[in-house]
Design a binder for this molecule. Structure first.
Ligand SMILES: Nc1ncnc2c1ncn2[C@@H]1O[C@H](COP(=O)(O)OP(=O)(O)OP(=O)(O)O)[C@@H](O)[C@H]1O
Ligand SMILES: [Mg+2]
Length: 256
């Protein structure tokens, strides 16, 4: 049984049909690359997984349980985390505040409930260590960090929800080369902890280096499901642009 199982997912926005029956599975500790041209439907498909959008048709199960009727909050509680491209971090606040944003640990003092800053810092440091992420002082405002370091904070925050699946939308798009490598290392770290990862990316080299399997979305359909270790860059590119179909069409034409 897969951890996450999407089957026959369809979605339209008004009269515009975006997904036409997409299947996708993720196992525990499996890293899936989700690639495809701009507008292919990648982000939409993942927002359907988190519950931000409702599918028009199709099924979604997590560990065999139907989760279609669950709210985004309930799905998160069941272990589905998504890290959005803009990361949604509070830039003026420090690492610990960001990791616990909105659910700070508290302690009772004279009958009052106060934020337990000490516990927050200790727990934040624990998450950073669990990831093996390299950050400058965790007391600095997150806005002063590089893009890659901010990505690490967002991943550490996701970890505090004890996720089974982490979905990342373009985590390396805006990063310098060295930072890309550290984010890819964090993904490997999640995998080694048995977490399933879905990586949306246009950077095919990153996808080839870190994933186990690659799903290519083309015009709202899963055009290919490729085992990464048997896949080359030209395979992916041709699945993205529909090169295979073009060649088949050309062959038919040649036959008359
Ligand atoms: N909320 C929405 N309302 C209307 N149309 C939408 C909405 N969200 C997405 N779409 C449309 O659905 C299609 C797929 O968009 P989506 O963002 O899923 O693509 P994508 O594969 O993530 O592209 P990119 O690589 O550019 O991020 C696009 O045509 C987009 O305009
Ligand atoms: Mg997108």
């Amino acid at each position: 049984m897969s951890l996450l199982d999407l089957s026959g997912i369809e979605k339209s926005f008004g009269s515009v049909s975006v997904l036409h029956g997409v299947d996708l599975t993720v196992g525990a500790g499996e890293v899936i690359g989700l690639v495809g041209d701009n507008g292919a439907g990648k982000s939409t498909l993942m927002k359907i997984v988190t519950g931000m959008y409702q599918a028009d048709r199709g099924s979604i199960t997590l560990e065999g349980d139907n989760i279609l009727e669950l709210t985004p909050g309930e799905r998160r509680a069941r272990g589905i985390e998504m890290i959005y491209q803009d990361l949604a971090l509070a830039k003026q606040q420090d690492v610990a505040s960001n990791i616990f944003l909105g659910r700070e640990p508290t302690r009772r003092v004279l009958g009052m409930s106060l934020v337990d800053r000490r516990k927050m810092k200790l727990d934040a440091q624990k998450m950073i260590d669990r990831l093996g992420a390299k950050l400058p002082a965790i007391t600095r405002p997150v806005g002063s960090f590089s893009g890659g370091q901010q990505q690490s904070v967002a991943i550490a925050r996701a970890l505090t929800f004890n996720p089974k699946i982490v979905i990342m939308d373009e985590p390396t798009a805006a990063l310098a080369v060295r930072e890309v490598q550290s984010v890819l290392d964090l993904i490997r770290q999640l995998k080694s902890q048995g977490i399933g990862v879905i990586l949306i990316s246009h950077r095919l080299n990153d996808v080839l280096s870190v994933t186990d399997r690659i799903i290519v979305l083309r015009q709202g359909r899963a055009a290919a499901n490729l085992l990464t270790k048997e896949t080359t860059m030209p395979d992916i590119v041709s699945a993205i642009v529909g090169g295979g179909d073009v060649m088949v069409a050309a062959a038919h034409e040649a036959q008359g």
